[in-house]
Design a binder for this molecule. Structure first.
Ligand code: GRF
Length: 194
């Protein structure tokens, strides 16, 4: 079976991106990371991707103003140019339109730092602490038009400690993210034909 061509979409430091790149170095990994795309020209992860010898592209959202679909169409065109088969969102801070999500249905996945369906959206660690959650964690899921709501592919929990701050909790959850994202991508890559 040929390795699936994967793009990772980022807006920031790209630690999950780096975990995926590392995992995909294994000869038996069913996907290869061929592109890292960002909406932010100086996203830290872009430099890391280039160091790893991976092609990078920038599609800034600003010129598109409020026309989200036009931005998504521009991203889609770049993905087609690179013959991408699976898209991994990894700290990509743009809400994608139904136009894009439907086109990539089953081949578009995201990582979210909570045990979905708990704590969709931002500031998940502080919100978990404020709610007195005993368990927290991370989820990789298929992307659907509704935010942080698609079918779960992989999920792992972390026990919340009494002395946790949002930062200490985030650090333990991030370690889990770096473990489960490669597992989830493997699962998706193995499950889709051609
Ligand atoms: C991660 O916590 C991820 O779950 C969330 O955004 C953060 C991105 O971090 N969606 P990084 O850029 O992968 O380091």
């Amino acid at each position: 079976m040929s390795r699936k061509r994967v793009a990772i979409l980022i807006s920031g430091r790209g630690s999950n991106m780096a975990a995926l790149i590392e995992a995909a170095k294994a000869p038996d990994y069913p996907a290869e990371i061929v592109l890292v795309l960002s909406n932010i020209a100086d996203a830290g992860g872009l430099a890391r991707a280039r160091e790893a010898g991976i092609a990078t592209e920038v599609v800034e959202h600003k010129p598109f103003g409020k026309d989200r679909e036009a931005f998504d169409r521009a991203v889609h065109a770049v993905l087609e140019k690179h013959r991408i088969e699976i898209v991994c969102l990894a700290g990509f801070l743009r809400l994608l339109t139904p136009w894009f999500v439907e086109r990539w249905s089953g081949r578009l996945i995201n990582i979210h730092p909570s045990l979905l369906p708990a704590f969709k959206g931002l500031d998940t660690h502080a919100r978990a602490l404020a709610a007195g959650a005993k368990q927290h964690g991370a989820t990789v899921h298929h992307v659907v038009p509704e935010l942080d709501s698609g079918p779960v592919i992989a999920q792992e929990s972390v026990a919340v400690r009494p002395d946790d701050t949002a930062e200490t909790l985030a650090a333990r959850v991030l370690a889990v993210e770096h473990r489960i994202y490669p597992l989830a991508l493997r699962r998706v890559a193995e499950s889709i034909a051609t």
